[in-house]
Design a protein around this ligand. Structure first.
Ligand code: F6R
Length: 261
C-alpha cells in the first residue's frame, strides 16, 4: 500500500483526481468505481474542473457506485444513485445509462446484489476504484465481522455508521436506513487500482488499523493490504495515530519518483 500524508483536502482531491484522470487518458473506456459520502467530494470537484478544462472526457467511460441504501425511496436525495449524480456524474459527460448503482429499492435485494456483481464482471471489472473509509473501518458498506472475500451482498449498517451518516438525514439516526447493498470486499479487491481518500481525526483509529494493523474482518479495510496497487491519501488528522511517519514519507516520495511525478 502506498500511503501519503498531504497538506489539505484540496491537495488530496487533486492527487486522487490525477490518478483517476491518468487511467482515463490511457483507457478512455475505463470502468471507474465511485464512492459516495463526503471524503471524495474534492476529488470529484477536481475531475469536474479537468473535464471543463477539456483535459479529460468520460464519454466512453462507465461507472459503478460502491453501494446503495436498501429501503430508501429511489427518489430520496440521499439515495447514492441520486447523490453521485448531483455531486459528480451529471456535471461531466458520461453517456446516458453509463453510471450504475445497486438497485436498493428492488423487491429482492439479494437478487439485485448478485445482478450488480455480474454487471461489474460483464463490464470487464473496475479499472480504478475510489474509496473512503468508515470510522469503524468499513469500505463500501462492508461492516466489521463480514467475509474478507465477499461478493456484492446485502449488509447491515452498524450503529456507528448510522450515527456518522445521520448528518445526511437531518441529523436524525432514525432516518438512516439499516440495510444496504454493497460491493463485497472480494469484488472491491478485483479492481485493478484502489485510490482511497481519508480526512479528519474521526478516521484516525481506522487508518492506524488499515496501514499498520493486522488484516482482520473486524477492520474490513485492512484487506487492502493484499492489493498490489492501492494508494491511500490522508490528511494530518487522519494520519495522527500512525507511527514510522518518516518512512511513510520517504516511501511515498520514492513511489512518486517511480511513477514519474
Ligand atoms: C460510500 C462508502 C463508504 C464511505 C465511508 C466514509 O459509498 O462506500 O465506505 O466512503 O462511509 O464516508 P465519508 O466520506 O462520508 O466519511
Amino acid at each position: 500500500m502506498h500511503v501519503a500524508v498531504l497538506g489539505s483536502e484540496e491537495e488530496i482531491g487533486k492527487v486522487a483526481a490525477d490518478r483517476v484522470a491518468k487511467v482515463l487518458k490511457a483507457k478512455p473506456n475505463a470502468v471507474i468505481g465511485l464512492a459516495t459520502g463526503s471524503s471524495p467530494l474534492p476529488l470529484y470537484q477536481d475531475l469536474i474542473r479537468q473535464y471543463q478544462a477539456g483535459e479529460i472526457s468520460f464519454a466512453k467511460a462507465q461507472a459503478f457506485c460502491l453501494d446503495e441504501y436498501v429501503g430508501l425511496d429511489p427518489d430520496h436525495p440521499e439515495a447514492y444513485r441520486n447523490f453521485i449524480k448531483r455531486v459528480f456524474t451529471s456535471q461531466v459527460d458520461f453517456p446516458q445509462g453509463a453510471v450504475n448503482a445497486p438497485q436498493g429499492a428492488a423487491a429482492d435485494p439479494v437478487w439485485a446484489a448478485d445482478e450488480y456483481d455480474a454487471q461489474i464482471r460483464a463490464a470487464g471489472g473496475v479499472d480504478i476504484q475510489v474509496l473512503g473509509i468508515g470510522s469503524d473501518g468499513h469500505i463500501g458498506f462492508n461492516e466489521p465481522g463480514g467475509s474478507l472475500t465477499s461478493r456484492t451482498h446485502v449488509d447491515f449498517l452498524t450503529d456507528q455508521t448510522r450515527r456518522d451518516n445521520a448528518r445526511f438525514f437531518e441529523g436524525n439516526i432514525d432516518q438512516v436506513p439499516t440495510a444496504c447493498i454493497t460491493q463485497g470486499l472480494g469484488t472491491i479487491m478485483e479492481a485493478r487500482e484502489l485510490i482511497m481518500v481519508v480526512t479528519g481525526a474521526g478516521k484516525a483509529d481506522a487508518v492506524r488499523e488499515l496501514v499498520q494493523g493486522p488484516v482482520s474482518a473486524q477492520w474490513p479495510a485492512t484487506i487492502m493490504q493484499f492489493h498490489n496497487r492501492a494508494v491511500v491519501l490522508l490528511d494530518e488528522a487522519a494520519a495522527s495515530k500512525l507511527s514510522d511517519r518518516e518512512h511513510i514519507q520517504d516511501a511515498w516520495e520514492g513511489f512518486q519518483r517511480l511513477e514519474g511525478n
